[in-house]
Ligand binder design. Structure first.
Ligand SMILES: Nc1ncnc2c1ncn2[C@@H]1O[C@H](COP(=O)(O)OP(=O)(O)OP(=O)(O)O)[C@@H](O)[C@H]1O
Ligand SMILES: [Mg+2]
Length: 469
């Protein structure tokens, strides 16, 4: 196997990371490999045993510069001054056939200087969850890190549930720069490092930005866009800590995430999110909060702090409107309105209200709007009919309505119970449910697998995603 590394992060000052190799594992076995992504990254794949050795962490490929990145972060609102890759190792970067630079990182590859109390490992369940959901997000057109490989380690690891099979995920990202990467230097008052990081982020992600204020503007726009896209497919990230907020605007860290079935604004899946801080409907507000932390961490890079604070405050204060506009655009498209006006908001909100009252399935209700059977999704069908009459009045003259709806309302999403079933099978050595999910989720806007589109029955519902990742 040949990986054409072209590493830039490793040329940054020592204080940015710790160099170390992944820790070898007992018996690496390749469970999944993303060939399309490998070719995008210009990786020449030869022998698959070699692939398992590299992506299990036993072989460090030529020209890799393995390192664990330092970062800090607000976790559930409290600042932790030092986190860092406690179980991940960046192998290096490659420039893809599309000309874009991407990180190749192992997650679950052994302890690092930032492991704190952790074992540096991941178990098979979360590795496959991240593999499936991140690739599904990509197919849905939502910016995300991607999955290149999943390797089982042949080792057991311990979590609340007991002994579990270990695994390593190879993750690909436009970069692993997080809000927390800025926060660590800001907190320490390491202004030179902060400036170096700012310039690096600009060059790598927003080359048109003229300085930190432009960077802030660009990241706010990217995060606002990202969160409205999540909302539009019923995605709940579940752990929007500032260390899980990527500067690139990609979705990162699929630990306790889930797509909701029955719609509810306050839906939470993460078993550790007791207060519902990261509930479905709170995500826009949290994105603003995270960007305020990002803005704060950039302030030390300015000579005139007072002026900078004023300008940054304006940028942050403009974000709720951006989110509202984005939400309107995406949800209007879901009901077939390509060019929404403010006056369309109540129409969308009324539908969501009916869905919430009836516990209608988020994905299938919107998908059904493009067909004939939307009213079957509701228990109070008269209420739906009354809404539908208003909707018809607003949209029926638009001949492109159905096409638009079918292009934005997926037929299939990675439902939480299917993910759990897939994990259970994989633990027992059966990868068929994984393959089936991956196949259907490659074309989420086509009806290819009706049974995967079906919501869970009462007994199939998986209401929580455990954080013992
Ligand atoms: N098993 C573990 N061993 C060591 N460190 C861990 C472990 N699990 C999580 N951590 C560390 O705890 C912090 C917060 O964890 P979090 O769940 O947000 O991240 P993660 O899922 O490991 O990784 P990422 O954000 O890179 O997807 C991170 O610094 C992470 O590296
Ligand atoms: Mg994380």
């Amino acid at each position: 196997m040949h990986i054409p590394f072209d590493n830039s992060y490793a040329t940054l000052p020592d204080g940015f990371y710790s160099r170390l190799d992944p820790t070898s594992v007992a018996a690496p076995k390749l469970l999944a490999f993303n060939k399309d992504l490998a070719s995008l990254l210009r990786i020449e794949v030869g022998d698959l045993t070699e692939v398992a050795d590299v992506f299990g962490g036993n072989d460090v490929p030529q020209n890799a510069a393995p390192l664990a990145q330092l970062y800090a972060g607000h976790q559930f609102g409290s600042f932790n001054p030092q986190l860092g890759d406690g179980r991940a190792i960046l192998l290096g970067e490659v420039i893809g056939t599309d000309g874009l630079r991407r990180d190749i990182q192992l997650k679950g590859s052994g302890p690092t200087p930032y492991s704190r109390m952790g074992d540096g490992r991941a178990w098979l369940g979360p590795v496959l969850r991240e593999y499936v959901v991140s690739e599904a997000m990509h197919a849905l057109g939502i910016p995300t890190t991607r999955a290149l490989a999943a390797v089982s380690t042949g080792e057991q690891i311990w979590r609340e549930q007991g002994a579990l099979p270990g695994a390593v995920l190879t993750r690909v990202a436009r970069s692993h720069l997080r809000v927390g990467t800025f926060q660590v230097f800001a907190h320490r008052g390491e202004v030179e490092n902060l400036k170096t990081l700012t310039n690096y982020a600009i060059q790598r992600h927003y080359p048109e930005a003229k300085g930190p204020m432009d960077l802030l503007r660009a990241v706010c726009a990217a995060q606002a866009d990202l969160v409205t896209r999540w909302m539009s497919v019923g995605f709940i990230h579940g752990v929007m800590n500032t260390d899980n907020c990527a500067i690139s605007g990609e979705t990162i860290d699929y630990g306790p995430c889930a797509f909701m079935d029955a719609f509810h604004q306050n839906r939470v899946f993460s078993s550790i999110d007791q207060q519902g801080r990261y509930a479905f409907g709170n995500q826009p507000g949290i994105a603003v909060w995270n960007m305020a932390q990002f803005a704060t961490s950039l302030m030390q890079t300015f000579e005139d702090r007072n002026a900078a604070v004023e300008e940054a405050t304006e940028i942050i204060h403009a974000m709720p409107q951006m989110l509202e506009d984005g939400w309107l655009k995406r949800f209007a498209a879901k009901i077939g309105i390509a060019e929404p006006a403010k006056a369309d908001t109540p129409l969308i909100e009324e539908l969501l209200g009916l869905m919430q009252t009836d516990g209608a399935d988020f994905t299938n209700t919107f998908r059904a709007l493009g067909g004939a059977n939307a009213r079957d999704q509701f228990t109070n069908r008269e209420a739906f009919d009354a809404w539908a009459a208003k909707w018809q009045q607003r949209t029926s003259s638009d001949t492109a309505r159905e096409t638009l709806m079918r292009s934005v309302n997926p037929a299939v999403i990675p439902r939480n119970h299917r993910i759990e079933q897939m994990i259970e099978a994989a633990v027992a050595g059966d990868m068929a449910p994984f393959e089936r999910l991956m196949t259907a989720l490659k074309t989420p806007f086509s009806e290819t697998d009706a049974d995967l589109a079906r919501p869970p029955t009462e007994t199939e519902i998986v209401p929580a995603t455990f954080c013992g990742t």
